[in-house]
Design a protein around this ligand. Structure first.
Ligand code: NAD
Length: 494
């Protein structure tokens, strides 16, 4: 008997303990070579005073085993409690969220019988960086951060996943027609990486039309790679389209640690009744088995599970989702026993799975990202954000033009003012609605009015001038060039 792989297991809250018990029973009977270490997470831990839902000592188990099979947890209502999932993903660098969405027609009712796709969602960046500020009375900001290492890691992961799982096409979805710098970087890196996988078909779609096509023709997709927010939304849409969210598992993959869980929550409404569907967690466990290179067991479990569906064995949630009723719905443990009874068999009509211990993406020799040499960076101006109510753009500009040229003649020139991104000076439209939040763009100019690079000290001088004149600046963003290329977007209408 080969050594058992240690894994960390958390039974979670609500239906969590029931579906974990059912899942571990199937794994054990299928011959999974695992040694579970149990940790406590969730409601009890939150209420014991750990605001992140996990006790400090539990991290040691996760860092030791590097594999986490997790049941859903209940996040207590009220402020002060941080999302455990976000904490775990970020702390352990679980950058890839992988969610297969597969239809099991005609055995599970769905409008999309041919759906078989995998969404690879970036898991750490984008608007989920959690950097939010209230800037004025009227304006709140959430910072969208997209990084080159983040893009390279997730996009390369998607291609390596496609290659390892014999999937022939990768679709990138972004909104780079609007967010030319952030989503533009995601698209650009996709173009760079796809050139290294010539055997894989590729395409890029704008997220809105991509989502529409996913919802109407999901069979045209294979692997989809997308930034965090879009991925969060489309992966729930796609899972629901297969017939039930109760059927989907997901993996959160990092360079060191991986976490596997069902996509649903702790379902407090049915907790303790023994009727929850353990399938989502069971399929997450199948992904875990592939990850720890026990593809033989993963294949046995998955095929037995497919056969169970074909035999009309369903928990109440599936029967309730428009499924033809075949007798009494099965409880969680009876369902697990039905899967166990079918170990060694496979589906007759659905496509059987066959996992191979192919090198996993995290183990590939190709680096997930390559840090590039630093570019030559110059500051050529500054956007100063000002809080001012009951003023017009022309009035504000009048003050700023004078201030820009103090204390030197060769200083800054006020180039434009925007409000919510729209240019309102020079030459604004009276119809444009303005809030109390103004972005004032200053560019460095020499005595002849020609563009020039500026220093941090000059920016500080400029801000000093503004504050001395009674203006309330909220923040600044430097306008930089990187090897001569502008690192900032134009204002709308500029
Ligand atoms: P939910 O997914 O728990 O439940 C939504 C509906 O689906 C409920 O009617 C529930 O009974 C049903 N359902 C879910 N899983 C099922 C299963 N396996 N079998 C049968 N029916 C199932 O979503 P919710 O009600 O919005 O959230 C409940 C709690 O779960 C909240 O505290 C939320 O924060 C938490 N949550 C946790 C996770 C996680 O730990 N990964 C994810 C989502 C929600």
């Amino acid at each position: 008997m080969p050594d058992k792989t240690p894994i960390t297991v958390a039974h979670g809250d609500g239906i969590g303990p029931e579906i974990m018990e059912a899942t571990l029973k199937v794994l054990e009977r299928a011959g999974a070579r695992i040694a579970p270490e149990v940790i406590e997470i969730g409601e009890k831990v939150y209420l014991a005073g750990h605001s992140s839902g996990i006790a400090p000592e539990s991290w040691a188990s996760l860092r030791r085993t590097k594999v986490f099979l997790k049941s859903p947890i209940t996040t207590p209502q009220g402020g002060g409690f941080k999302s455990l999932n976000v904490t775990i993903r970020k702390t352990l660098g679980l950058y890839a969220n992988v969610r297969p969405c597969v239809s099991y027609a005609p055995f599970v009712a769905t409008k999309h019988p041919k759906m078989d796709l995998v969404i690879v969602r970036e898991n750490e960046e984008d608007l989920y960086a959690g950097i939010e500020h209230r800037q004025t009375d009227e304006v709140f900001q959430c910072l969208k951060l997209i990084t080159r290492p983040g893009c390279e890691k997730i996009i390369r992961y998607a291609f390596e996943y496609a290659r390892a799982n014999r999937r022939g096409k990768v679709t990138c979805m972004s909104k780079d027609n609007i967010m030319k710098m952030t989503d533009g970087l995601f698209h650009k890196v996709f173009d760079e990486v796809r050139a290294q996988y010539p055997e894989i078909e590729t395409e890029h779609q704008i997220i809105d039309i991509g989502t529409a096509r996913l919802a109407t023709r999901p069979e045209r997709y294979d692997v989809i790679v997308t930034p965090n927010l879009y991925g969060d939304i489309i992966s729930d849409v796609a899972a629901e389209m297969t017939g039930s969210v109760g059927l989907a598992g997901s993996a959160n993959i990092g360079e060191h640690v991986a976490m596997f869980e069902a996509i649903h929550g702790s379902a407090p409404d049915i907790a303790g009744k023994g009727i929850a569907n353990p399938s989502g967690l069971l399929l997450a466990a199948v992904m875990m088995l592939v990850h720890i290179r026990q593809s033989d067991v993963a294949t046995r479990v998955h095929n037995a599970w497919l056969r169970t569906l074909e035999d009309g064995v369903f928990t109440a949630d599936i029967q309730g989702a428009g499924q033809a009723r075949i007798g009494r719905p099965f409880g969680s443990m009876d369902f697990a026993d039905a899967v166990i009874d079918r170990l060694g068999t496979g589906p007759a009509k659905l496509k059987p799975v066959e996992y191979a211990d192919a090198p996993q993406p995290r183990a590939t020799p190709r680096p997930l990202y390559v840090r590039q040499p630093a570019a030559r960076k110059e500051i050529v101006g500054v956007d100063v954000f000002v809080h001012a109510a009951d003023v017009t753009a022309d009035f504000l500009a009048g003050r700023l033009v004078t201030l820009a040229h103090q204390p030197r003649p060769a200083g800054f020139k006020l180039q434009m003012i925007t409000n919510r991104g729209v240019k309102v000076w020079p030459g604004g439209f009276p119809e444009t609605f303005c809030t109390d939040h103004w972005r004032c763009r200053f560019v460095g100019v020499d005595a002849a009015g020609q563009p020039r690079a500026v220093t941090h000290a000059e920016v500080v001088d400029l801000l000093h001038n503004l504050v001395s004149d009674g203006l309330d600046f909220i923040k600044t963003e430097h306008l930089c060039t990187f090897d001569g290329e502008a690192g900032y977007a134009l204002g709308q209408g500029q």
